[in-house]
Design a protein around this ligand. Structure first.
Ligand code: ADP
Length: 279
């Protein structure tokens, strides 16, 4: 059973965004990108769901001349679950950095929830970053803060009123199943519990999209599956998930949308795909 979420916008997401499974084609469809980005979404059909993330002809060239991304078109509709795969150096981290405006595209646009990320006035950057929850391979928890304090900190730094912090943290703790560990410190937790804490921190401000960069990279296979189950459950609640991974077993078993990068280009965008191209 899913923990009950009340009061926050996650519950609004639940009622307004969840779509019946039949609205999500699950047959395997290879796509190029047909004319019109509204259709260019890996499903090979026009998708009427609202795009959360749109990369339009994005190229990123670093100052040393290295093209980390080349002519990338990508549309991620609301509620999607996308695996981003590719060898080391393929451009996965660069793509994620563009989303949070850690880097700016050299050419093309990155649109998050309708906002062109590169053109945002500086004062709006924190607002847009709040629409993204980030989960890292190495958890990045603050060692001197408890589980509860780590999660609360994400709200404190964005100036959330104190009275709103506790209920939001309690909801996030319940969602990841860590209510009983709330007062423990990171070094008292297993790797899986640390990653669940990091996921709660990513979710606490009700993001539109969670981006997870190799979230299972430091975990053994059984715990990796637990973390995946949690991300899937969050996705079922309507939160879009973009996960970069090298975990071929997970990608192949789950048959979600797979976007494969190679030397900065998308070479495959396939719904229900495996880690490797079939055949
Ligand atoms: P991945 O996450 O798939 O391993 P990256 O996005 O980290 O790939 O890197 C893509 C390419 O861009 C690589 O060739 C990498 O060496 C290069 N690169 C990444 N960051 C920088 C940077 N700050 N300056 C110069 N080159 C970079």
């Amino acid at each position: 059973m899913l923990p009950l979420i009340t009061g926050g916008s996650l519950s609004a997401i639940l009622t307004s965004v969840l779509r019946p499974p039949e609205a999500r084609p699950d047959s395997r469809v290879e796509t190029g990108y047909p004319a019109g980005l509204s259709a260019a979404n890996g499903y090979g059909v026009v998708d009427t769901r609202r795009p959360v993330l749109v990369l339009n002809d994005v190229t990123k060239t670093y100052p040393n001349g290295r093209d980390a991304l080349k002519d990338v078109d990508l549309v991620v509709p609301e509620g999607d679950f996308v695996f981003l795969v590719g060898a080391s150096g393929a451009g996965k981290s660069t793509l994620m950095k563009l989303l949070i405006r850690d880097e700016l595209p050299t050419r093309g646009t990155v649109t998050l929830d309708g906002d062109d990320v590169a053109r945002l006035p500086r004062r709006k950057v924190p607002m847009v970053r709040r629409k993204i929850g980030i989960v890292f391979q190495d958890f990045k928890l603050l060692p001197r803060k408890s589980v509860r304090e780590n999660i609360a900190f994400a709200l404190e730094v964005t100036g959330t009123p104190r009275r709103k912090i506790r209920p939001a943290v309690d909801r996030a703790l319940a969602l990841v199943g860590l209510t009983r560990q709330a007062e423990q410190y990171p070094n008292q937790l297993s790797g899986g519990e640390q990653q669940r804490t990091a996921i709660a921190r990513a979710l606490v401000h009700d993001p539109r999209i969670v981006i997870a960069d190799e979230p299972t990279g430091n975990l053994d296979p059984l715990i990796s599956w637990e973390i995946l189950q949690l991300l899937l459950r969050i996705n079922e609640l309507g939160v879009t998930v973009l996960m970069a991974t090298h975990d071929a077993d997970i990608v192949t078993a789950l048959r979600k949308r797979v976007v494969a990068l190679e030397e900065g280009r998308i070479i495959r965008d396939e719904v229900g795909g495996g880690y490797h191209r079939a055949g």
